[in-house]
Ligand binder design. Sequence first.
Ligand code: GFB
Length: 392
Amino acid sequence: MRRGPKLTDPVVFFTGLSQATILSDPVRGLRELAAHIFFSADSGYARKDVLAALAYLHTVDILGATALIAGMGQTANMNDSIPPDSRIYVSGHRGLVGSAICRRLAADGYQNVLTASRDQLDLRDQAAVSCWFAEQQPEYVIHVAGKVGGIEANRAYPAEFLYDNLMIHATVLQAAWRHKTKKLLYLGSSCIYPRDCPQPIKEEYLLTGPLEVTNEAYAIAKIAGLKSCQAYRRQYDCHFISAMPTNLYGPGDNFDLETSHVLPALIRKFHEAKLSGSEDVVVWGSGSPKREFLYVDDLANACVFLLNQYDDEQTINIGTGQDVTIGELAQQIGDIVYPTSRVVFDATKPDGTPRKLLDVGRLHALTWRHTTELEEGIRRTYQWFLENNGET
Ligand code: GFB
């Protein structure tokens, strides 16, 4: 059954996997092929070649191949979607998420990506934002700008998290509507779901219970942004969509120990312990909360995918569907960065939400899946940290 190397050629081309890998792990071949098809319309391979590759994978009895083949009419034809010369504004392009999205768009051949630094444009200022939109006329907007931070930053600066984010979302959405942006993608955060909602978290659990107190201000502002997208859709019939990413990490992250999220903080802590020769690495809280982590380049793929393929009022979760305890995460980072170290938990620090695992069934049904597993993502992030000294 597992013959026909010619038919694997398109899979090799699209995914960069070796033929041997595809033959020994066709599920992986299929998944990575599906992810790449969405971004490779002009790669020179005809749709029939892709279909042949999928058909081949189907013959080795891969779950889901049939659905993919059925969906090929939409998925292989990227040229019906956003043209490569479109003017696409990425707000927050210097941050973890914005920079990954710019990388993705450039790799996909989009030549007119618009950005504005904080010095050039204060996104809290409606007049300035409206002016900028009037001048630049973005046709598409991927809105990821906002004030973000880990559990300690959220505790220390709730007023700033609320004000800055409320204003930024309001000005950008209003300007996008006024200047007739064709489509806008808004990114929320998994912390906007109720603290104690059932796991994994389905999109419809939004606003069904109280929020986690450590990030209430941020969550309220993010919910306002999401609800604004829905309101503009309803009242003005514009194509504003929203997506809800889980906890993100990767190159370009914030490694500041006071304001960062847990994953970059632990990379820095283990690294500095290794340099100083100290055995103990302090991990905040009990180590028992569970978190789901998505590598930021996967998130960027999902964003471009959704901008092309999705147009619904309902928000959509973006994650891996897998989570780990903070203790397990610390162990995994320690094994990579400083294997002989010892973890010490600091119970005076808050745990925050006990668990927030997203239900990614709707995204998977659209055939999108992450490709970077946690261990590989940590290794790449640590490498970036070493090369950049943790500076963005
Ligand atoms: O990533 P993190 O700051 O944010 O913390 P949240 C996750 C968990 O890791 C908490 C623990 O239980 C922290 O106590 N932790 C252990 C640490 N050691 C450390 C450390 O050195 N630094 C940090 N930062 N945490 C944020 C929200 O919640 O999630 C934001 O506050 C946002 O609003 C973001 O939504 C995605 O996952 O708890």
